[in-house]
Design a protein around this ligand. Structure first.
Ligand code: AP5
Length: 222
C-alpha cells in the first residue's frame, strides 16, 4: 500500500519548502510539477520550452501536458511507497486524471494538506525567494537570507531569482490560482480528505502540523 499526499496552496505558500522536509522524514517521493518543468528547461527539451512560454506569463501549462508528465513520473520506482504531490493537481481535470491513474494501481489520495496564507504575505515571500542553481535549496532575502549574499549555505552554489517571481507575474499567478485552483479546496473538502494548516506560521510549526496530519497514513511512524 502506498501513501499519497497533495500539498495544496497558492504560489509562495510554502509547498516546496515543506515537501522537501516531508520526504526527508518519510519514505515518500517528492513530485513537483514546477520543478519538473524547470528541469526540462535546463535540459533544453521541447517540453521545457513549451512550459516556459506559459510559466513566464504566470499561466498554467495545458492540462494534457502536465497530466502526461506527472502520470509518467509516478511510474518511477521511487514512487512505489507513495508521493508528496507539490503544485499538482491545479485544476479539476488534473485532479480527476490523478485519481483515475491511482485507482488503476489500487491506490488513492489519502490526504490533502492545504496551506492558507494571505496575498500580501505571499507576494513578499515570492519577491524575496532565492533558489540555489546547484542543489535547489531555497532562501528568502527578507525572512532567512543565506550567510553570504547570493551564495548557497549548503553547497556554495549560486543563488538566483526565478523568472516568474517578478511582482507582475506573481500577481498574475495568484489570480490564476484564485480562478482555477481554489475550487479544488471545496472538491477535496467534499471528499472529506482536506486538512487545513495555517501557512503563515513559522516553517517548523507548519512541518510539525503536516507530519501530525500525515502520520496516520504512513506505514511506520514518521
Ligand atoms: P510552481 O513551481 O509549482 O510554483 P507555485 O505553485 O507558484 O509555487 P511556488 O514554488 O511559487 O511556491 P511554494 O508554495 O512552493 O513556496 P516555497 O516553499 O518556495 O509552478 C510554477 C509554474 O509552473 C506555474 O505558474 C505554471 O506555469 C507551471 N505549473 C506548475 N505546475 C502546474 C500544473 N499542475 N498545471 C499547470 N501549470 C503548472 O516558499 C516561497 C518563499 O517563502 C521561499 O523563499 C521560502 O523560503 C519562504 N517560506 C516558505 N514557508 C515560509 C514560512 N512558513 N514563513 C516564512 N517564509 C516561508
Amino acid at each position: 500500500m502506498s501513501t499519497n499526499v497533495i500539498l495544496l496552496g497558492p504560489p509562495g505558500a510554502g509547498k516546496g519548502t515543506q515537501a522537501k522536509v516531508l520526504v526527508e522524514q518519510t519514505s515518500l517521493a517528492h513530485v513537483a510539477s514546477g520543478d519538473l518543468f524547470r528541469a526540462a528547461l535546463r535540459d533544453g527539451t521541447e517540453l521545457g520550452m513549451l512550459a516556459k512560454s506559459y510559466m513566464d506569463r504566470g499561466a498554467l501549462v495545458p492540462d494534457e501536458v502536465v497530466i502526461n508528465m506527472i502520470l509518467e513520473r509516478i511510474q518511477a520506482p521511487d514512487c512505489a511507497e507513495g508521493v508528496v504531490f507539490d503544485g499538482f493537481p491545479r485544476t479539476k481535470e488534473q485532479a480527476v486524471a490523478l485519481e483515475e491513474a491511482l485507482a488503476k494501481q489500487q491506490s488513492s489520495i489519502d490526504v490533502v494538506l492545504y496551506l492558507g496564507v494571505p496575498s500580501d504575505v505571499l507576494l513578499r515571500r515570492i519577491g524575496g525567494r532565492q533558489t540555489c542553481k546547484t542543489c535547489g535549496a531555497t532562501y528568502n532575502r527578507y525572512y532567512f537570507p543565506s550567510h553570504r549574499p547570493g551564495i548557497c549555505d549548503a553547497c556554495g552554489g549560486e543563488l538566483y531569482q526565478r523568472s516568474d517571481d517578478t511582482l507582475e507575474t506573481a500577481q498574475h499567478r495568484l489570480d490564476v490560482y484564485f480562478g482555477q485552483t481554489m475550487p479544488l479546496i471545496e472538491y477535496y473538502q467534499r471528499q472529506g480528505i482536506l486538512h487545513e494548516i495555517d501557512g503563515q506560521r513559522e516553517i517548523m510549526w507548519v512541518t510539525e502540523m503536516m507530519l501530525k496530519a500525515l502520520n496516520q497514513y504512513l506505514p511506520t511512524s514518521a
